[in-house]
Design a protein around this ligand. Structure first.
Ligand code: SAM
Ligand code: SF4
Length: 332
């Protein structure tokens, strides 16, 4: 196996992988998927856990030491918890995390604190009816209950909230208020057009400046917190509050210059940018008798061609007839 540090042609070191373990989900968040779902992958098109573990070994020796599990909803994949334990034990990433909608966490609360110091949980509103309108499922109490259970178990919680015009902007201030007494991090995400639908509009006008100005209108004493250079979120804290809040300019794409990440979709496609529609299919290589070094060469070459930023990737992607993929296909 090759030992090497992945680097792209723009001089960025790549050490962070977001691995989607499924494209399926038990919610139907309207900004992510149409109500009827998408054309989900057949089981045989999905990477097996064994294939994923092999891939993780391959990228580990290429310098990837930070792993986030995502999807679709990771916990809808059967036996996920065994896979997570294996990753933690065999791969030993320096940073290991997961993004989940939290609807199924109560089944795994005994194991989660040993696996993760913190989890990213998606929750776009603090109102039960709006939760239903956004996710098309009636799981608000379950999600909030599971967030509270995580906090009681000492697992840190980062709440991801997509900000959408006409849907949940009235939740921005209550979310910040939530950080007064609770040691949580709420991160407001600009909406992106990845909803798996042809009628996708170029998303809402709630960009990061507008979100911050709205918060500053209510909370006067806000401190800017330091963040690592590769961080996608700008972090803040209202003075005296226990928790923090952040803003992720996912659509404005101000953070691309320091991007350190790649994605692998549930069908084993390597994506070098969230905004690119093309990827490199690794599954045929994994299912052939290709030696490790050759598969690593494919990865090294794909990373070398990583797009300069999300604008360049989108330019290459969106022809007149192109549709916007669902985030569950890309691996959020
Ligand atoms: N099911 C899990 C969840 O919801 O946390 C993991 C997968 S989800 C695709 C990962 C993240 O992508 C979530 O935080 C979700 O809010 C975000 N996301 C999905 N579609 C988006 C969109 N169109 N714009 C911005 N964020 C989006
Ligand atoms: Fe499912 Fe997450 Fe997409 Fe919502 S954002 S539909 S929870 S994958």
């Amino acid at each position: 196996m090759k030992h090497f540090q992945l680097k792209d042609s723009h001089g960025r070191h790549i050490n962070y992988l977001r691995l989607a373990v499924t494209d399926r989900c038990n919610l139907r968040c309207f900004y992510c998927m149409p109500e009827k779902g998408i054309q989900f992958l057949d089981k045989k098109e999905l990477m097996t856990y064994e294939e994923m573990i092999r891939l993780l070994h391959l990228v580990k020796t290429l310098g990837v030491n930070k792993i986030r599990i995502t999807g679709g909803e990771p916990f809808v994949r059967k036996d996920l918890i065994h896979f997570l334990k294996e990753v933690k034990k065999d791969i030993q990433p320096t940073s290991f995390s997961i993004t989940s909608n939290a609807t199924l966490l109560h089944h795994y609360m005994d194991d989660i604190p040993d696996l993760f110091n913190a989890m990213n949980i998606s929750l776009d509103t603090l109102d039960r009816e709006r939760f239903f309108a956004i996710t098309r499922r009636d799981n608000y109490e379950l999600v909030v209950g599971n967030i509270q259970a995580l906090l009681r178990s000492g697992v840190g919680v980062k709440v991801n909230a997509v900000v959408m015009s006409g849907k949940n902007t009235q939740d921005i201030l209550p979310f910040v208020e939530w950080t007064r007494k609770e040691n949580i991090e709420v991160r407001f995400i600009e909406e992106m057009p990845f909803n798996g639908s042809r009628d996708s509009k170029d998303v809402s006008n709630w960009n990061y400046q507008k979100i911050l100005a709205h918060i500053k209108g209510e909370f006067k004493d806000i401190e800017t917190l330091p963040t690592p250079p590769s961080s996608t979120s700008m972090m803040y804290q209202v003075k005296g509050f226990k928790g923090k809040f952040g803003i992720i300019p996912a659509f404005s794409r101000t953070f691309c210059g320091t991007c350190n990440r790649i994605r692998i979709t549930a069908k084993g496609q390597l994506r070098t940018c969230l905004y690119s529609s093309k990827g490199t299919d690794l599954l045929p290589a994994l299912r052939s008798d290709m030696p490790d070094e050759q598969i690593q060469d494919i990865i090294i070459n794909a990373v070398l061609h990583k797009e300069k930023d999300g604008f360049e990737a989108a330019e290459r992607r969106f022809g007149p007839s192109s549709i916007y993929e669902s985030m569950t296909t890309i691996g959020g």
